[in-house]
Design a protein around this ligand. Sequence first.
Ligand SMILES: Nc1ncnc2c1ncn2[C@@H]1O[C@H](COP(=O)(O)OP(=O)(O)OP(=O)(O)O)[C@@H](O)[C@H]1O
Ligand SMILES: [Mg+2]
Length: 284
Amino acid sequence: MSRELIKLENINKVYESKDFRGNKYRTVALNNINISINEGETLGLVGESGSGKSTLGKVILGFETATSGNIDYSIDKKSMQIIFQDPYSALNPKMSALELVMEAMFYEKDKKKVKEKTIEFLDRVGIRGDDIHKKPKYFSGGQRQRICIARAVISNPKFIICDEPTSALDVSIQSQILELLSELQKDWNLSYLFISHDLSVVRHISDRVAVMYRGNLVELADAEDLYNNPQHSYTKKLLNSIFEMNPAKARKLLAQEEVDEKIELSENYEWKEVSKRHFVRLDK
Ligand SMILES: Nc1ncnc2c1ncn2[C@@H]1O[C@H](COP(=O)(O)OP(=O)(O)OP(=O)(O)O)[C@@H](O)[C@H]1O
Ligand SMILES: [Mg+2]
């Protein structure tokens, strides 16, 4: 088995907010999450909007503190990076591609060396020639995401959180970015936590996929296994929504078993081992 880079144990995150009347209320964004990320793997994380995916990423990076629980890191903070959905807001509009990527190496004294390395990394992600002097608004969405990727990888990280990195892009551009991310992963044995609400995107890039529902992990399996043999009602529901474009497959899945429309979680649950690498939560 490959090495565990990050191990989350019983992670809870509760947000306290106020409604328009000023009354306090609590949101359980993460409820008792246990999961590990292994060296060199892509762990896909799927779930509907508000299910806690980004919160999990923020807690891992230390942008948010968990309300309770423990995280074991076998890498340091500098080895972790993040790529966001919207590359435009992630980039300072006044800076050129070259400056933006160089900035990620601000701690490096030898600026000449940094510049050479930046040009090399921009070339690696497909930004070359005079383009390196252009500002964000003169690039396409896909090119801007390439600049963000160069910024993330130039410091030689071991682990990158990709939070919906292709959701704002056209389908054809999406696959180019996914291809680039997989190539970089092979080159440097990177680990990814790949967040998406779209199971069809996550399927191809992930080794394992974790399914989140309302702050809870409900299923974890190898990508193909999850796709072909979903166990949890919520996973089935997610799959059905992507099979709407593929009615034959949807019918096959629905014929296997009636999908429960009402998905109830309870305090009382256990984890069932479907196979050695496939786990599903059973609520009582
Ligand atoms: N800073 C915050 N203060 C209060 N509540 C928050 C805060 N951040 C997130 N939440 C709440 O926590 C829950 C999980 O949010 P999160 O952003 O992790 O969801 P998500 O799965 O990433 O959703 P999306 O797919 O829309 O990005 C939501 O109910 C959200 O409203
Ligand atoms: Mg999010």
